[in-house]
Design a protein around this ligand. Structure first.
Ligand SMILES: Cc1ncc(COP(=O)(O)O)c(C=O)c1O
Length: 386
């Protein structure tokens, strides 16, 4: 049994080995200057993030969840108003809407990109309008690192006088129509959770916007709604700042991010060429470049996913199901939905995906040999179970 490998789903250790000396020096600099909150590394990182993604304002913050929440707060989202977002996403996308007492209208996704379906959005807006709801905005998610169809969705947003923000927690580093993610809609929120393509060594996130006024409001909200100082409170805010230590780590990781994105693409390409005849591999539409936060396949209809996962686990291959229980099926959201959303058939693609998706190990340090081992065992297990 000694030859069963222990393959990590995300390999942060290899990345750390590559840059450990620089991380140590960066952390030591923070210990030396001692400005643990709002230290110079935060502003330095924000400047580098703007250079990377093209947004006029980059604002470091405490997490991807808080980034989403702070934009909603800056937009003065009120209790009872409606936000449109996918149900096939991580809980944070809808959680922040519920924090503010607003309602969620979940929108179905496309079966091949897993991202918000513009046709479903249009239909959901019509239904909500017919029900007399007070509509506010749309949160678009770039799931698994793939940009959503912003051109179509922005058009629908404009036609219906709704603002759009981008939940790019999984997609910082991706590209849409030859531009980096960071400038679609009024603002973009991202996460630096350790396992994200660009991850810190703890929680962190950022907000991006080209709007000067919105940027100023966000900087105030993340510091208890400060005006001229934190003791002059001009709005309700929170502790939403990015730690200096995390900014120092992210500055080092950003230096190798481009090369890691290239490696992620190679890993994705190898999976696709090794598996596309046996599972449905991710579809990347023309003009998009995914950053491959996850490599998520759809399994053949009726295949026992639990049994497949168990067989792969026995071979040292970790897999994950994102997301087995979509948000419209979660008890916590029963009271924040607009009418009728939990009925069967309202989000058919979301429900179908929750039953057949499977995410595979994905990181820039996956060797060809390890990947071939994974591919070989997936092929073997699927033919056993079919
Ligand atoms: C789509 C999506 N939105 C929001 C978040 C929240 O980010 P964080 O964990 O940094 O709060 C995540 C994190 O997993 C996410 O995947």
């Amino acid at each position: 049994m000694t030859d069963i490998p222990n393959i990590p789903f995300v390999d942060l250790a290899s990345q750390q080995n590559r840059i450990r000396a620089d991380i140590d020096k960066a952390m030591a600099r923070v210990l030396d200057h001692g400005r643990y909150v709002m230290g110079p590394e935060v502003a330095e990182l924000e400047a580098e993030l703007s250079k990377f993604c093209g947004a006029k304002h980059s604002i470091g913050c405490s997490s991807g969840t808080d980034a989403l929440a702070m934009v909603l707060m800056a937009k003065n989202l009120r209790a009872g108003q409606v936000i449109f977002c996918p149900s096939f996403t991580f809980v944070a996308t809808a959680e922040v809407v519920a924090w503010l007492g607003a309602k969620v209208c979940f929108v179905d996704v496309e079966p091949d990109t897993f991202n918000m379906d513009p046709k479903a959005l249009k239909a959901a807006i019509e239904t909500a309008k017919a029900n007399g709801e007070d509509l506010a905005g749309i949160i678009v998610v770039d799931l698994f690192g793939l940009p959503a169809d912003y051109v179509s969705i922005l058009k629908i947003a404009e036609e219906n006088d709704l603002w759009l923000m981008s939940d790019a927690a999984q997609s910082f580093g991706a590209r849409y129509h030859n531009a980096p993610i960071g400038t679609n809609g009024i603002a973009t929120a991202t996460s630096f959770f350790p396992a994200k393509p660009l991850g810190a060594y703890g929680d962190g996130g950022a907000m991006f916007t080209d709007d000067d006024e919105l940027a100023e409001d966000l900087r105030s909200i993340l510091f208890h709604g400060k005006g001229t100082s934190q003791y002059d409170n001009v709005r309700i805010g929170m502790t939403g700042r990015l730690d200096t230590m995390q900014a120092a780590v992210l500055l080092e990781k950003l230096k190798i991010f481009d090369s890691e994105i290239v490696e992620r693409q190679k890993v994705a390409d190898r999976y696709t060429s090794g598996l596309s005849d046996i599972v449905t591999c991710p579809h990347v539409p023309e003009g998009c470049q995914s950053v491959w936060a996850q490599y998520t396949t759809r399994l053949p209809q009726g295949l026992d996913r639990d049994a497949l996962q168990a067989q792969l686990k026995d071979k040292g291959i970790p897999t994950a199901v994102y997301y087995a229980k979509p948000l419209h099926r979660q008890d916590a959201y029963k009271h924040n939905l607009i009418a009728g959303q939990t009925s069967d058939g309202v989000l058919p693609v979301t429900d179908a995906l929750s039953l057949d998706v499977l995410s595979l190990p994905m990181h820039p340090y996956l060797s060809d040999d390890t990947q071939d081992y994974i591919i070989e065992h997936i092929r073997g297990a699927i033919s056993d179970l079919s």
